[in-house]
Design a protein around this ligand. Structure first.
Ligand SMILES: [Zn+2]
Length: 461
């Protein structure tokens, strides 16, 4: 009998991507050291009748400001409030998109934001630096990132002057791939968006109820297709963030059929809402990029999530207050895209996906945890329950019935898109490296508990 354990999680149905079984889990120094067999610990959590899942791995959040072109985006959440929302929602590792300040090199950017997160984050984190200005030092920067264990980089086709520097971005994609980095890409075509937006402006239709028309589905599909070609010519893996339409998904599937490493993330809003929302008085709340699409797109994403054509569901958590979001002055050009999602990601997906028979429990674990951990070089430290892995666990109460009340959430947004939804299934306890950081409605852990995770190269699924 091992009596030296710090923590035992007893009697739960342990669920991983590989299967499920009832087992006790023993933890020492933040790591899982024993699964099954006799054990006793200094602290015990009774998980009888509950599930025990690997902690959520949300590789797409915005908790540090965007400072580009002299403007700063005042997100409602920083690492303090955002990571508390993560813990309350069962997410134990976050990937924060880090934007450069003027002339800042990528490794410096990561160091700066990682220091902020180390001070403020309750959960573990990685930083994805945004490459906005590829130049003759970019190759060395990407090599340095890989050496330091930061194995991802993000590029935007939709902002800055991507088109003017496309050749340099393709070169950077190539270099990133050769160093084991995964390149995350925001795929929307600037030309299509600018043309559609100016047409709306000319007609006097630049209000947010026209948001979907300002960034048509075609702009996503054409950008995805183009990026897949760049990935093919370089042989580099890509990760398409927040894919939201049937046509774009078809392009990604076709590329995968040709053997390319084209990974697909979707985000919650595309699974639960359609572009009809823009017509409502609160339509501005649903503004995110790319915009919501139709029912066919929504259904294609659910099917893709279930079948394995969509690899991850991550939040793109970018929270605004209600007043900022509903500002009547906003137009399709000045809209504030993004929403608070970290606390609701797993409960709503469990309720709408697993409980309604659209996703198996294994798929739920894969798309909320395991796949992201593998793709971003975190596996098997994160993303699974195994001896040697970090004890990042969610004791999940499949019966918890909890109407969502945004004002009671940890996010400073103060509201939720799922206001009043009768969600069934929620974390009872969230455990980060053996420490209980959330239990029964209360965040318990200390700000700064979170650590930067040193990563290996991206791996295929
Ligand atoms: Zn984002």
């Amino acid at each position: 009998m091992n009596e030296d354990l710090d923590l035992v999680v007893r009697g739960g149905l342990m669920v991983t991507a590989a299967g499920e079984s009832v087992a006790d889990i023993g933890v020492v120094d933040g790591r899982i050291v024993q699964i099954g067999g006799p054990m006793s610990g200094a602290r015990e959590i009774d998980a009888t009748g509950k599930l025990v899942l690997p902690g959520g791995v949300d590789m797409h959040v915005h908790l540090s400001p965007v400072e580009m072109g002299g403007t700063s985006q005042p997100w409602a959440d920083d690492f303090v409030s955002g990571s508390r929302a993560a813990a309350a929602g069962g997410v134990t590792t976050i990937g924060n998109i880090g934007f450069p300040q003027q002339q800042e090199r990528l490794p410096d950017l990561v160091e700066r934001i990682a220091a902020e997160a180390a001070r403020d984050s309750l959960v573990d984190f990685v930083i994805h630096p945004v490459l906005s200005e590829p130049d003759d030092r970019t190759e060395a920067d990407l090599a340095r990132l890989a050496e330091l264990g930061h194995t991802s980089v993000k590029i935007f086709m939709s902002i800055g002057d991507f088109d003017a520097k496309a050749d340099a971005f393709v070169k950077a994609l190539d270099v990133a791939g050769r160093h084991g980095l995964l390149t995350m890409v925001h795929c929307e075509d600037v030309c299509v968006i600018e043309h559609a937006t100016s047409e709306l402006d000319d007609k006097g239709d630049s209000g947010l109820r026209h948001y979907g028309e300002s960034r048509p589905a075609l702009s996503e599909q054409v950008a995805v297709k183009r990026m897949i070609a760049f990935a093919e010519v370089t042989g580099a893996p890509i990760y398409i963030v927040h894919l939201g339409s049937e046509g774009a998904l078809a392009e990604a599937r076709a590329a995968r059929g040709r053997g390319q490493r084209v990974h697909v993330e979707t985000r919650p809003i595309y699974l639960y809402f359609t572009d009809e929302r823009f017509a409502g008085d609160d339509g501005a709340l649903f503004v995110g990029n790319p915009p919501l699409r139709g029912a066919r797109d929504r259904d294609a994403l659910w099917a893709g999530l279930a079948a394995g054509h969509v690899d991850t569901c991550c939040t793109d958590h970018a929270a605004w207050t209600l007043a900022d979001k509903l500002d009547p002055e906003l137009t399709v050009s000045t809209a504030r895209p993004g929403m608070s999602e970290l606390e609701t990601l797993m409960p709503v997906l469990y309720s709408e996906g697993v409980r309604k028979g659209r996703l198996t429990l294994q798929r739920f674990v894969e798309v909320t945890s395991t796949n992201a951990a593998k793709l971003f070089g975190l596996f098997p430290q994160k993303g699974t329950i195994a001896v040697g892995s970090d004890a990042d666990l969610v004791v999940w109460d499949p019966q918890a019935r909890r109407p969502i009340v945004g004002a009671e959430g940890m996010s400073r947004a103060g509201y939720s898109l799922y206001e009043g939804w009768d969600v069934v299934g929620a974390p009872a306890q969230t455990i980060s490296r053996g420490e209980v950081v959330y239990a029964d409605g209360a965040v318990l852990g200390e700000t700064g508990h979170g650590q930067l995770v040193h990563r290996g190269p991206t791996r295929d699924l």
